[in-house]
Design a binder for this molecule. Structure first.
Ligand code: 4AD
Ligand code: MG
Length: 434
């Protein structure tokens, strides 16, 4: 029996006979030669079947192969500069596992987006989607590694919750034994409890928002990592967030420079520039910038939309923090800025090249009185937040944290237009199939 290897390790086996297990990505019939472009989930390689080198059964099998048929091939690895990827397999034996039906929906050609979205279960097999989802996995791993290595303890927060974190308009409601419950919008409030027990924590999981707008940045189910720190102010949050973000980008570059350039045609120079410190400007300064750059009508107090975020980020070569947003733009839990109750200790990180907000965060209110007042102003049901108020009754400390959205971060790193390609099965407005 020859050794089973994966295509990504093929360069270690030049001159050896190996077995590959995969699927037909493409096939060319040249009479006495069959060229099978084989993919196995790690990469693709051209397998060359020469009639005189294989048994009659194996030759018949090779001839019968249709797109996406599954097969096990054995052959000798040959380095070949002209071959895509630099290697080819000279096939000596071939075993069909399944002949795929004719009419595989996704052909190696251009398809419309609507069609691809409907066929997401098959679309993920293509090189571009595969590259993006691989980079996603690396991004997630880099985030976890960075936090684990910097004293943050992973704490999983609940998915089913009794109350809103980020406003009541985007809640997904479900029935919890006769009582309403909601899919979590953010684990933040629970992390604020966790840090009073553990100091520095993070949660990392799916979060849900019934976003009613169709944009290229919004999903209804997305993954967010949320670090939270006791005894930390707004600057401490920005320090941590910029280091973590830069590490994630540099790790993706190191590990997937090839995929980023060859498959995704990403301008790596833009990513190489992502090193701390990131510029920090106040909301007031950002409004001035907007006034100077084509948004004369933008009024102080309004929240930024996508075009505003793009205009601001275009002034910088790396992500930029905008801090001290108007209190009215932000969630109920924000600490106020001393001497200015109209602005709060919040900061968003805006990615370059029009990718918009990838991180939202801030310093949390420490006093029970301020929180009680905010809960009332936001018309939130006080009973559901009693436990949260307890955190300000028993050993309250200044604390801060943030949430980084995985899909927007991956879209930015990969340089792709829409977040729907950054998660295996995106959930969007009125879209839940497949
Ligand atoms: O700014 P947001 O709403 O902040 C929070 O949820 C805080 N509770 C986080 C915290 O401080 N612990 O969301 C944080 C990030 C955004 O910057 C964005 O990257 C992403 O989550 N995000 C979305 N990504 C995709 N689709 C959506 N609908 C998103 N909403 C937010
Ligand atoms: Mg936000």
């Amino acid at each position: 029996m020859t050794q089973h290897v994966t295509i990504d390790q093929i360069s270690d086996h030049v001159g050896e006979e190996v077995t590959l297990k995969g699927w037909v990505y493409n096939k060319t019939d040249k009479g006495r030669l069959q060229f099978i472009l084989l993919r196995d989930g790690t990469a693709t390689i051209q397998a060359v079947v020469f009639k005189k080198n294989v048994s009659d059964e194996a030759w018949e099998a090779a001839t019968d192969l249709t797109l996406e048929s599954s097969l096990v091939v054995t052959g000798t690895v040959r380095a070949d500069d002209r071959a895509p990827g630099g290697y080819e397999l000279d096939v000596s034996d071939l075993e069909v596992v399944h002949i795929a039906e004719l009419g595989y929906p996704i052909q190696p050609k251009e398809h419309g987006t609507g069609f691809l979205v409907e066929n997401r279960h098959l679309w993920i097999r293509t090189p571009r989607q595969s590259a993006i989802l691989r980079i996603r996995a690396t991004v997630i791993r880099a985030i976890r590694n960075w936090l684990d290595d910097h004293g943050f303890l992973n704490m999983d927060t609940p998915i089913l919750t009794p109350a809103a974190v980020e406003g009541t308009t985007t809640l997904f409601e479900t029935d919890y034994f006769g009582e309403p419950a909601y899919l979590t919008q953010s684990g933040q409030l629970y992390n604020e409890a966790n840090i009073m027990a553990f100091g520095k924590v993070y949660c990392f999981g799916p979060t849900f928002r019934a976003e009613k707008s169709k944009t290229r940045r919004h999903l209804t189910e997305f993954w967010m990592v949320e670090p939270e720190m006791a005894y930390a102010d707004l600057d401490d949050y920005m320090d941590v967030a910029q280091k973590m973000t830069a590490y994630v980008v540099q790790t993706a570059l190191e590990k997937h420079g090839g995929l980023l350039t060859d498959v995704l045609e990403r301008d790596l120079g833009r990513l190489e520039a992502v090193e701390p410190p990131f510029p920090r400007i106040s909301y007031d300064e950002a409004v001035d910038l907007l006034h100077e750059n084509g948004f004369e009508d933008f009024e102080w107090g309004d929240d930024f939309g996508a075009p505003h975020e793009t205009a601001i980020s275009e002034q910088f070569d790396r992500p930029v923090f905008v801090y001290h947003y108007p209190t009215q733009c932000k969630a109920f839990y924000m600490e106020t800025v001393e001497g200015r109750s109209d602005v709060c200790r919040s900061a968003d990180l805006l990615a370059p090249e029009g990718y918009g907000e990838i991180i939202g965060g801030g310093q949390r209110a420490t006093s029970v009185e301020l929180l009680e007042q905010r809960i009332e102003e936001h018309s939130l049901p006080r009973e559901a937040y009693e436990w949260y108020l307890d955190l300000r009754r028993y050993g309250s400390v200044p604390h801060s944290g943030f949430g980084l959205g995985v899909e927007r971060t991956v879209a930015w790193i990969c340089g792709i237009e829409h977040v729907r390609e950054t998660i295996p099965f995106p959930r969007m407005l009125e879209k839940i199939y497949p």
